[in-house]
Design a protein around this ligand. Structure first.
Ligand SMILES: [Zn+2]
Length: 146
């Protein structure tokens, strides 16, 4: 198993909530989120639409948001988060400072190179989960609350 936040292999992953996004993380990354209580009772959230991240988004700057469900209030927390407008330049500059190519960077955070290229062009807005990985890896801040 690999930690969804830092990508390190770990024997045991813990599910934590990081600003509304549920991630399976290693013990090192646990502190970035809050533990999920009653995880057993958590309703199975089916991804409503089978979105393939491989397909090129039809609309630029489209961000897939989960359907707001009145029933599970906590799931709406994610709607309060927004990717900063200048995320593209921030990510590109920070990534270049690390000396990593888009390929290498994409591999580090387990994303597709095409996604990283699109994100750095500003034509694709990363989802919160991806943004969190980018933030952690590049030590930048690209997610803000409304
Ligand atoms: Zn980790």
């Amino acid at each position: 198993m690999e930690c969804e936040l830092c990508g390190k292999k770990a024997d045991h992953l813990k599910k934590v909530k990081i600003d509304g996004a549920v991630m399976a993380v290693c013990s090192n990354c646990e502190k970035f989120g809050t533990p999920i209580e009653n995880y057993r009772n958590k309703p199975v959230v089916r991804s409503a639409t089978p979105t393939t991240s491989t397909s090129i988004p039809v609309q630029p700057l489209f961000i897939a948001k989960p359907k707001p469900t009145r029933k599970f209030k906590k799931e709406t927390d994610i709607d309060e988060l927004e990717i900063v407008p200048d995320f593209a330049a921030l990510i590109r500059e920070s990534r270049e400072k690390t000396g990593l190519t888009q390929d290498e960077f994409a591999a580090k955070i387990k994303e597709k190179r095409t996604s990283i290229a699109a994100i750095e062009r500003g034509s694709l807005k990363p989802d919160i989960k991806t943004a969190r990985k980018i933030e952690l890896f590049l030590k930048i801040k690209i997610v803000e609350k409304f």
